[in-house]
Design a protein around this ligand. Structure first.
Ligand code: ATP
Ligand code: MG
Length: 327
Protein backbone atom coordinates (compact mmCIF):
# COMPACT_ATOMS: atom_id res chain seq x y z
CA UNK A 1 0.00 0.00 0.00
CA UNK A 2 1.28 3.44 -0.87
CA UNK A 3 2.04 5.74 2.04
CA UNK A 4 -0.28 8.75 2.22
CA UNK A 5 1.67 11.97 2.55
CA UNK A 6 0.54 15.33 3.89
CA UNK A 7 0.92 18.00 1.21
CA UNK A 8 0.69 21.76 1.66
CA UNK A 9 1.08 24.48 -0.89
CA UNK A 10 -0.57 27.79 -1.65
CA UNK A 11 -0.96 31.11 -3.40
CA UNK A 12 -1.14 34.75 -2.41
CA UNK A 13 -4.40 36.47 -3.41
CA UNK A 14 -2.74 39.25 -5.39
CA UNK A 15 -4.77 38.37 -8.50
CA UNK A 16 -6.16 35.34 -10.27
CA UNK A 17 -4.08 32.27 -11.08
CA UNK A 18 -2.11 32.09 -14.30
CA UNK A 19 -0.35 29.61 -16.61
CA UNK A 20 2.81 29.76 -14.47
CA UNK A 21 0.82 28.45 -11.51
CA UNK A 22 -0.62 25.70 -13.67
CA UNK A 23 2.67 24.24 -14.91
CA UNK A 24 4.72 25.22 -11.84
CA UNK A 25 2.45 23.88 -9.14
CA UNK A 26 -1.27 23.29 -9.88
CA UNK A 27 -0.72 20.28 -12.15
CA UNK A 28 1.32 18.50 -9.50
CA UNK A 29 -1.19 19.44 -6.78
CA UNK A 30 -3.89 17.91 -8.90
CA UNK A 31 -1.95 14.68 -9.41
CA UNK A 32 -0.85 14.47 -5.76
CA UNK A 33 -4.34 15.18 -4.42
CA UNK A 34 -5.61 11.93 -5.94
CA UNK A 35 -3.35 9.88 -3.66
CA UNK A 36 -2.44 12.13 -0.75
CA UNK A 37 -3.85 14.37 1.96
CA UNK A 38 -3.67 17.77 0.33
CA UNK A 39 -4.03 21.29 1.81
CA UNK A 40 -4.03 24.38 -0.38
CA UNK A 41 -3.58 27.65 1.43
CA UNK A 42 -4.64 31.11 0.29
CA UNK A 43 -2.19 33.48 1.93
CA UNK A 44 -4.55 36.40 2.38
CA UNK A 45 -2.67 37.77 5.40
CA UNK A 46 0.56 37.82 3.40
CA UNK A 47 -1.22 39.71 0.62
CA UNK A 48 -1.21 42.69 2.98
CA UNK A 49 2.59 42.95 2.52
CA UNK A 50 1.91 44.60 -0.84
CA UNK A 51 -1.76 45.65 -0.62
CA UNK A 52 -2.50 46.82 2.92
CA UNK A 53 -4.45 49.73 1.44
CA UNK A 54 -6.67 47.46 -0.70
CA UNK A 55 -8.45 44.97 1.59
CA UNK A 56 -11.45 44.66 -0.74
CA UNK A 57 -9.17 43.46 -3.56
CA UNK A 58 -7.55 40.88 -1.30
CA UNK A 59 -10.98 39.59 -0.30
CA UNK A 60 -12.16 39.48 -3.93
CA UNK A 61 -9.02 37.68 -5.10
CA UNK A 62 -9.27 35.16 -2.27
CA UNK A 63 -12.59 34.01 -3.72
CA UNK A 64 -11.31 34.25 -7.31
CA UNK A 65 -8.48 31.88 -6.42
CA UNK A 66 -10.94 29.41 -4.91
CA UNK A 67 -12.82 29.58 -8.24
CA UNK A 68 -9.53 28.92 -10.04
CA UNK A 69 -8.88 25.85 -7.85
CA UNK A 70 -12.32 24.45 -8.62
CA UNK A 71 -11.91 25.34 -12.32
CA UNK A 72 -8.62 23.45 -12.55
CA UNK A 73 -10.36 20.43 -11.05
CA UNK A 74 -9.17 20.32 -7.45
CA UNK A 75 -11.83 18.26 -5.69
CA UNK A 76 -13.04 19.95 -2.50
CA UNK A 77 -13.85 16.52 -1.05
CA UNK A 78 -10.20 15.52 -1.33
CA UNK A 79 -8.39 18.86 -0.95
CA UNK A 80 -8.79 21.24 1.99
CA UNK A 81 -8.82 24.90 0.99
CA UNK A 82 -7.32 26.96 3.80
CA UNK A 83 -7.89 30.70 4.12
CA UNK A 84 -4.87 31.74 6.15
CA UNK A 85 -6.64 34.37 8.27
CA UNK A 86 -9.16 31.75 9.46
CA UNK A 87 -6.46 29.68 11.17
CA UNK A 88 -5.26 31.50 14.32
CA UNK A 89 -2.71 28.77 15.11
CA UNK A 90 -0.68 29.86 12.07
CA UNK A 91 -0.26 33.39 13.45
CA UNK A 92 0.71 32.09 16.86
CA UNK A 93 3.20 29.61 15.44
CA UNK A 94 4.71 32.39 13.29
CA UNK A 95 5.64 34.32 16.44
CA UNK A 96 7.16 31.26 18.07
CA UNK A 97 9.17 30.28 14.98
CA UNK A 98 10.39 33.85 14.50
CA UNK A 99 12.42 33.36 17.71
CA UNK A 100 14.44 30.58 16.08
CA UNK A 101 15.86 32.35 13.03
CA UNK A 102 18.29 35.29 12.81
CA UNK A 103 16.75 38.31 11.10
CA UNK A 104 19.78 38.53 8.77
CA UNK A 105 19.18 34.93 7.69
CA UNK A 106 15.62 35.80 6.64
CA UNK A 107 16.81 38.84 4.68
CA UNK A 108 19.49 36.79 2.85
CA UNK A 109 16.73 34.79 1.12
CA UNK A 110 17.26 35.52 -2.61
CA UNK A 111 13.52 35.27 -3.41
CA UNK A 112 12.74 37.86 -0.77
CA UNK A 113 15.44 40.16 -2.20
CA UNK A 114 14.06 39.75 -5.75
CA UNK A 115 10.53 40.43 -4.54
CA UNK A 116 11.58 43.61 -2.74
CA UNK A 117 13.03 44.93 -6.00
CA UNK A 118 10.23 43.66 -8.30
CA UNK A 119 7.50 45.03 -6.02
CA UNK A 120 9.23 48.37 -5.39
CA UNK A 121 9.53 47.77 -1.63
CA UNK A 122 13.32 47.95 -1.11
CA UNK A 123 13.44 50.83 1.37
CA UNK A 124 9.81 50.96 2.39
CA UNK A 125 8.69 47.44 3.15
CA UNK A 126 6.60 46.83 6.24
CA UNK A 127 7.84 44.99 9.32
CA UNK A 128 5.43 42.29 8.18
CA UNK A 129 7.33 41.72 4.92
CA UNK A 130 10.25 39.68 6.32
CA UNK A 131 7.79 38.16 8.79
CA UNK A 132 5.86 36.68 5.88
CA UNK A 133 8.84 34.42 5.06
CA UNK A 134 8.65 33.00 8.59
CA UNK A 135 4.85 32.95 8.32
CA UNK A 136 5.18 30.73 5.26
CA UNK A 137 7.23 28.29 7.35
CA UNK A 138 4.41 28.37 9.89
CA UNK A 139 1.87 27.63 7.11
CA UNK A 140 3.80 24.50 6.18
CA UNK A 141 4.64 23.35 9.71
CA UNK A 142 1.17 24.01 11.14
CA UNK A 143 -0.12 21.28 8.84
CA UNK A 144 2.95 19.10 9.46
CA UNK A 145 3.36 18.88 5.70
CA UNK A 146 5.90 16.49 4.25
CA UNK A 147 5.80 17.68 0.65
CA UNK A 148 5.41 21.18 -0.78
CA UNK A 149 4.72 21.47 -4.55
CA UNK A 150 6.03 24.88 -5.66
CA UNK A 151 7.60 26.88 -8.47
CA UNK A 152 11.37 27.40 -8.50
CA UNK A 153 11.21 30.80 -6.79
CA UNK A 154 9.83 29.17 -3.64
CA UNK A 155 12.75 26.75 -3.09
CA UNK A 156 14.54 29.31 -0.91
CA UNK A 157 11.44 29.64 1.28
CA UNK A 158 11.10 25.90 1.72
CA UNK A 159 14.81 25.71 2.60
CA UNK A 160 14.24 28.28 5.35
CA UNK A 161 11.33 26.20 6.60
CA UNK A 162 13.51 23.09 6.74
CA UNK A 163 16.15 24.95 8.74
CA UNK A 164 13.62 26.29 11.23
CA UNK A 165 11.94 22.88 11.63
CA UNK A 166 15.31 21.21 12.27
CA UNK A 167 16.21 23.84 14.84
CA UNK A 168 12.87 23.45 16.59
CA UNK A 169 13.23 19.67 16.71
CA UNK A 170 16.79 19.97 18.01
CA UNK A 171 15.92 22.43 20.77
CA UNK A 172 12.55 21.09 21.91
CA UNK A 173 12.31 17.51 20.68
CA UNK A 174 10.99 15.91 17.51
CA UNK A 175 7.81 17.78 16.59
CA UNK A 176 7.78 18.61 12.88
CA UNK A 177 8.48 16.53 9.77
CA UNK A 178 11.18 18.15 7.61
CA UNK A 179 9.23 19.14 4.48
CA UNK A 180 10.51 18.62 0.96
CA UNK A 181 9.89 20.93 -1.98
CA UNK A 182 8.77 19.51 -5.32
CA UNK A 183 9.03 21.73 -8.39
CA UNK A 184 6.47 21.14 -11.16
CA UNK A 185 7.22 20.34 -14.80
CA UNK A 186 8.17 23.99 -15.52
CA UNK A 187 9.83 25.65 -12.55
CA UNK A 188 9.65 29.18 -13.87
CA UNK A 189 7.38 30.03 -16.79
CA UNK A 190 8.21 33.36 -18.40
CA UNK A 191 5.54 35.99 -18.80
CA UNK A 192 4.71 37.67 -22.10
CA UNK A 193 7.52 40.18 -21.46
CA UNK A 194 10.15 37.49 -20.82
CA UNK A 195 10.42 38.04 -17.03
CA UNK A 196 8.93 35.48 -14.56
CA UNK A 197 5.19 35.32 -15.10
CA UNK A 198 3.64 36.84 -11.99
CA UNK A 199 0.22 37.95 -10.82
CA UNK A 200 1.65 41.27 -9.72
CA UNK A 201 3.80 41.74 -12.82
CA UNK A 202 1.06 42.42 -15.41
CA UNK A 203 2.67 39.90 -17.78
CA UNK A 204 0.47 36.88 -17.15
CA UNK A 205 -2.04 34.80 -19.06
CA UNK A 206 -4.75 34.03 -16.55
CA UNK A 207 -6.46 30.63 -16.42
CA UNK A 208 -9.74 32.51 -16.81
CA UNK A 209 -8.67 34.57 -19.88
CA UNK A 210 -10.82 34.24 -23.02
CA UNK A 211 -9.58 33.02 -26.41
CA UNK A 212 -9.05 36.51 -27.82
CA UNK A 213 -7.02 37.68 -24.80
CA UNK A 214 -4.85 34.57 -25.00
CA UNK A 215 -4.21 35.12 -28.71
CA UNK A 216 -3.37 38.81 -28.23
CA UNK A 217 -1.04 38.15 -25.30
CA UNK A 218 0.82 35.30 -27.04
CA UNK A 219 1.24 37.59 -30.07
CA UNK A 220 3.28 39.85 -27.77
CA UNK A 221 5.90 37.22 -26.89
CA UNK A 222 9.28 38.80 -27.66
CA UNK A 223 11.34 37.34 -30.53
CA UNK A 224 14.34 38.76 -32.39
CA UNK A 225 14.16 37.35 -35.90
CA UNK A 226 13.85 39.66 -38.94
CA UNK A 227 12.74 37.09 -41.54
CA UNK A 228 11.31 33.58 -41.82
CA UNK A 229 14.46 32.27 -43.50
CA UNK A 230 16.71 33.50 -40.73
CA UNK A 231 17.73 30.78 -38.22
CA UNK A 232 16.01 31.53 -34.91
CA UNK A 233 16.92 31.13 -31.24
CA UNK A 234 15.06 28.28 -29.56
CA UNK A 235 16.23 29.22 -26.05
CA UNK A 236 13.91 32.20 -25.76
CA UNK A 237 10.42 32.66 -24.37
CA UNK A 238 8.63 31.55 -27.55
CA UNK A 239 10.17 28.11 -27.43
CA UNK A 240 9.64 27.77 -23.70
CA UNK A 241 5.94 28.07 -24.60
CA UNK A 242 6.30 25.69 -27.56
CA UNK A 243 7.89 23.05 -25.32
CA UNK A 244 5.44 23.64 -22.47
CA UNK A 245 2.17 23.67 -24.39
CA UNK A 246 2.67 21.67 -27.62
CA UNK A 247 3.18 17.90 -27.80
CA UNK A 248 6.91 16.98 -27.55
CA UNK A 249 7.13 15.68 -31.14
CA UNK A 250 5.62 18.80 -32.60
CA UNK A 251 7.88 20.96 -30.42
CA UNK A 252 10.97 19.10 -31.70
CA UNK A 253 9.81 19.48 -35.30
CA UNK A 254 9.21 23.22 -34.90
CA UNK A 255 12.54 23.68 -33.09
CA UNK A 256 14.32 21.89 -35.92
CA UNK A 257 12.71 24.05 -38.63
CA UNK A 258 13.20 27.24 -36.62
CA UNK A 259 16.92 26.57 -36.08
CA UNK A 260 17.37 26.00 -39.82
CA UNK A 261 15.41 29.09 -40.84
CA UNK A 262 12.99 26.87 -42.74
CA UNK A 263 10.36 29.47 -43.69
CA UNK A 264 8.31 29.17 -40.55
CA UNK A 265 7.13 32.48 -39.18
CA UNK A 266 6.97 33.52 -35.53
CA UNK A 267 3.32 34.48 -36.05
CA UNK A 268 2.45 30.96 -37.26
CA UNK A 269 4.10 29.38 -34.24
CA UNK A 270 2.43 31.85 -31.89
CA UNK A 271 -0.99 31.08 -33.37
CA UNK A 272 -0.41 27.36 -32.82
CA UNK A 273 0.73 27.93 -29.22
CA UNK A 274 -2.24 30.21 -28.51
CA UNK A 275 -4.65 27.58 -29.89
CA UNK A 276 -3.09 24.88 -27.69
CA UNK A 277 -3.34 27.08 -24.58
CA UNK A 278 -6.92 27.97 -25.44
CA UNK A 279 -7.82 24.26 -25.77
CA UNK A 280 -6.15 23.58 -22.41
CA UNK A 281 -8.02 26.40 -20.64
CA UNK A 282 -11.45 26.03 -22.29
CA UNK A 283 -12.73 23.29 -19.93
CA UNK A 284 -11.46 25.31 -16.96
CA UNK A 285 -13.35 28.37 -18.15
CA UNK A 286 -16.58 26.44 -18.35
CA UNK A 287 -16.09 24.78 -14.95
CA UNK A 288 -15.34 28.21 -13.47
CA UNK A 289 -18.68 29.48 -14.74
CA UNK A 290 -20.42 27.02 -12.41
CA UNK A 291 -19.10 28.84 -9.35
CA UNK A 292 -20.08 32.45 -9.89
CA UNK A 293 -22.05 32.79 -6.64
CA UNK A 294 -20.11 33.79 -3.50
CA UNK A 295 -22.39 32.16 -0.91
CA UNK A 296 -21.66 28.47 -1.73
CA UNK A 297 -17.93 29.24 -1.84
CA UNK A 298 -18.09 30.87 1.59
CA UNK A 299 -19.94 27.81 2.96
CA UNK A 300 -17.26 25.56 1.49
CA UNK A 301 -14.48 27.67 3.01
CA UNK A 302 -16.09 27.63 6.46
CA UNK A 303 -16.43 23.87 6.32
CA UNK A 304 -12.79 23.51 5.25
CA UNK A 305 -11.64 25.94 7.96
CA UNK A 306 -13.13 23.59 10.56
CA UNK A 307 -11.15 20.68 9.14
CA UNK A 308 -7.99 22.77 8.97
CA UNK A 309 -8.34 24.23 12.45
CA UNK A 310 -8.61 20.77 14.00
CA UNK A 311 -5.16 19.86 12.69
CA UNK A 312 -3.67 23.31 13.23
CA UNK A 313 -4.84 23.49 16.84
CA UNK A 314 -3.38 20.08 17.54
CA UNK A 315 0.01 21.03 16.05
CA UNK A 316 0.13 24.27 18.00
CA UNK A 317 -0.65 22.45 21.25
CA UNK A 318 2.14 19.96 20.56
CA UNK A 319 4.61 22.73 19.70
CA UNK A 320 3.74 24.75 22.80
CA UNK A 321 3.98 21.69 25.03
CA UNK A 322 7.42 20.94 23.56
CA UNK A 323 8.49 24.52 24.34
CA UNK A 324 7.27 24.35 27.92
CA UNK A 325 4.43 26.74 27.09
CA UNK A 326 1.54 24.48 28.13
CA UNK A 327 0.05 25.81 31.36
P1 ATP B 1 3.02 37.59 -7.06
O1 ATP B 1 3.41 38.26 -8.34
O2 ATP B 1 1.98 38.34 -6.28
O3 ATP B 1 4.20 37.19 -6.22
P2 ATP B 1 2.94 35.01 -8.24
O4 ATP B 1 2.40 34.99 -9.60
O5 ATP B 1 4.41 34.94 -8.06
O6 ATP B 1 2.29 36.26 -7.49
P3 ATP B 1 2.51 33.36 -5.91
O7 ATP B 1 1.21 33.37 -5.20
O8 ATP B 1 3.63 34.19 -5.33
O9 ATP B 1 2.26 33.81 -7.43
O10 ATP B 1 3.03 31.86 -6.09
C1 ATP B 1 2.21 30.72 -5.95
C2 ATP B 1 2.91 29.48 -6.44
O11 ATP B 1 3.04 29.50 -7.87
C3 ATP B 1 4.33 29.32 -5.91
O12 ATP B 1 4.57 27.95 -5.68
C4 ATP B 1 5.19 29.82 -7.03
O13 ATP B 1 6.49 29.24 -7.02
C5 ATP B 1 4.40 29.34 -8.25
N1 ATP B 1 4.65 30.22 -9.40
C6 ATP B 1 4.36 31.54 -9.47
N2 ATP B 1 4.74 32.04 -10.66
C7 ATP B 1 5.28 31.01 -11.37
C8 ATP B 1 5.86 30.88 -12.68
N3 ATP B 1 5.94 31.93 -13.50
N4 ATP B 1 6.31 29.67 -13.07
C9 ATP B 1 6.22 28.59 -12.24
N5 ATP B 1 5.69 28.65 -11.00
C10 ATP B 1 5.23 29.83 -10.56
MG1 MG C 1 5.25 35.28 -6.09
Amino acid sequence: MEIVMRILTGDTPTGRLHLGHLVGSLESRLALSREHDCFVLIANVHAFTTRADRPAEIRRDTLEIVRDYLAVGLDPDRVTFVVQSEIPAIAELTVLLAMLVPFQRVMRNPTLKDELVAKGLVDRHSFGFPLYAVGQCADILTFRAELVPVGEDQLAHVELCREIARRFNLLYGDTFPIPEARVGRVGRLAGVDGAKMGKSAGNAIMLSDDSETIRARIARLPTTRQSITEPGDTNGVLFQYVRTFLPAERADELADRYTRGDSIGDGTIKAEVAAAIDALLAPMRSRRAEYLEDAPLLDLLRDHARRANAIAGDTLARAKAAMGLAF
